[in-house]
Write a protein that binds this ligand. Structure first.
Ligand code: SF4
Length: 517
């Protein structure tokens, strides 16, 4: 029997979206799309179901004229070449040959029409991929170590664990109505390749001696998240063996489902419950649900690589390499993605990996084939040796497609990176993130320089502008960036950042880096 929502007993304080979800589960919209809306077209979609489209991984895109964007969940960012070909085909056939890599390792299409969705769902399912619950108030794409299984810096290969947790929650009606979105991260890499602290639930590598034996497992973090009110996740005093990862995830999601806030949408993420309860009370409740867990062990996170892998690097398998490519602001064509699939077959073992910095990794390239791969024409644009600023620029979708955006981001971000590469010579990578509104899909708070779109009045009228914040980082010294005073007009961003970075270059102390000030 499906779970009975305890919050439905008194609906007087629930927000509007909660009422929509109670009336019809978000997941039910998938069938309605297939059986009704695909034939009836855009005009036949009810407003409430349009809200539920997110559970199918689909949002209306700007300017609300019948086109949609779709997000496809990619566990740990790992796809095989057959899956990559299907994604490329969907992009070409229905998405105007456009394909974006998101900051949660997902693939995003634009320009889809509701008539096309059943065929797209079918094509995805044929290779084990799903857009379902990539959006909506449910457990979403689980991010992970894109190097899982090949990583010299991982304590544990987490690919199977991510798949196990994904498979449990995907289309699970006991957990398809959460107060808001729920984001998970599972990585065994010691450089925090899956941005643990900004997730609702995260697992990071740890070891503990239990009954005289050293066990490798995880520490657990809860209540992280960005948006307008960012919170860093809090660590619970527990050690979790790999075989208990799913059990603990179910416990944490259960707490969120049953105790999370449902009155105000902007106060509904798990981070608000964790902030109110504190990690001790949260752990008490978790223990009630899943039973006693060992106390925490030795934390093995040694730093943060910000999910950058560009260049050629040896894998843990001798004689094999992974090659990290730069995809400027995560955007490429379906044709390029198809070619990446071909190259992964020709030079590797048919595996591609997406990163949280919106880039791509080839894996399993034998030493003898590296030079030939690097000489491939596609690697001129998607290069493993990008210019300094282009290599570290991230951008959300912005007002090209996003209905919530205040300003354009992606095109501007590329222009700014190109300008900085032309005008600033720096021997340090500075990460610059653009977001088009306070929702922070481009994770601006963790950037060295974060830019958030806004508007400013000028004598010539209202124009695009950006608020600037500096000094964000994750890992052992995690902190969000701090806002600078003032607001910069969109056209002035590139020269202002150039002056800011040059000032830093000329005045930095010995050993100082940009994100520690
Ligand atoms: Fe849209 Fe804002 Fe998210 Fe950018 S940060 S994609 S503008 S909601």
């Amino acid at each position: 029997m499906a779970y009975q929502p305890i919050w439905a007993e008194d609906t007087s304080k629930l927000n509007k979206v909660e009422l929509i979800k109670l009336e019809k589960d978000g997941l039910d919209v998938i069938r309605t799309i297939i059986e009704e809306y695909a034939a009836g077209g855009y005009a036949s979609i009810t407003e409430d179901d349009l809200n539920r489209f997110k559970w199918a991984g689909v949002y209306e895109q700007k300017p609300r004229d019948g086109h949609f964007m779709m997000r496809v969940r990619i566990n740990s960012g790992i796809v095989n070449s057959a899956q990559a070909r299907v994604l490329a085909g969907i992009s070409r056939d229905y998405g105007r040959n456009l394909l974006d890599i998101t900051t949660r390792q997902a693939i995003q299409f634009h320009w889809l029409r509701v008539e096309h969705l059943p065929d797209i769902f079918k094509r995805l399912e044929s290779v084990g991929l799903y857009s379902y619950e990539a959006c909506g108030d449910c457990p979403r794409t689980i991010v992970g170590n894109p190097l899982a299984g090949i990583d010299p810096n991982e304590l544990l290969d987490t690919e199977a664990l991510v798949n196990q947790v994904n498979d449990f929650f995907l289309l699970n009606r006991d957990f398809s109505n959460l107060p808001r979105k729920f984001k998970m991260s599972i990585s065994g890499n010691i450089y925090n390749t899956a941005h643990a602290e900004i997730n609702d639930l995260a697992y990071t590598p740890a070891v503990k001696v239990i009954d005289g034996e050293e066990v490798t497992g995880f520490h657990v973090w809860v209540g992280g998240g960005l948006s307008a009110k960012p919170h860093l996740a809090k660590r619970l005093d527990v050690f979790v063996r790999p075989e208990d990862v799913l059990k603990v995830a179910v416990g944490v999601v259960t707490i969120f489902r049953d105790y999370g806030y449902r009155e105000k949408r902007h106060h509904a993420r798990l981070k608000f419950l964790v902030a109110d309860w504190g990690p001790e009370k949260f752990l008490e409740k978790l223990t009630e649900i899943v039973g006693e867990l060992p106390a925490s062990g030795d934390d093995k996170t040694a730093g943060w690589n910000a999910a950058y892998f560009d260049g050629v690097h040896p894998q843990k398998q001798s004689g094999l390499n992974y090659v990290g490519l730069n995809v400027p602001v995560g955007r490429l064509t379906g044709d390029e993605f198809e070619e990446l699939a071909r190259l992964s077959d020709e030079y590797g073992q048919g595996s591609l990996r997406t990163t949280m910095a919106q880039n791509i990794i080839f894996s399993d390239i034998p030493d003898t084939k590296v030079d030939a791969l690097l000489a491939e024409p596609l690697l001129k644009r998607l290069t493993p040796n990008p210019n300094t600023f282009m290599s570290r620029t991230v951008s959300c979708t912005g007002n090209e497609f996003c209905n919530l955006a205040i300003v354009e981001t992606k095109v501007r971000a590329v222009r700014v990176a190109e300008y900085l590469d032309e005008h600033v010579d720096l021997n340090e990578d500075i990460r610059i993130h653009f977001v088009g509104c306070p929702n922070a899909c481009g994770q601006k708070q963790i950037a060295d320089i974060g830019l958030q779109g806004a508007l400013v009045k000028t004598p010539e009228g209202t124009v695009d502008a950006f608020d600037i914040a500096v000094g964000g980082t994750l890992g052992p010294n995690a902190q969000f960036n701090q806002p600078l005073k003032g607001r910069v007009k969109g056209d002035d961003v590139a020269p202002v950042l150039a002056r800011l970075i040059l000032y830093y270059k000329e005045n930095r102390n010995e050993g100082e880096s940009f994100n520690r000030f």
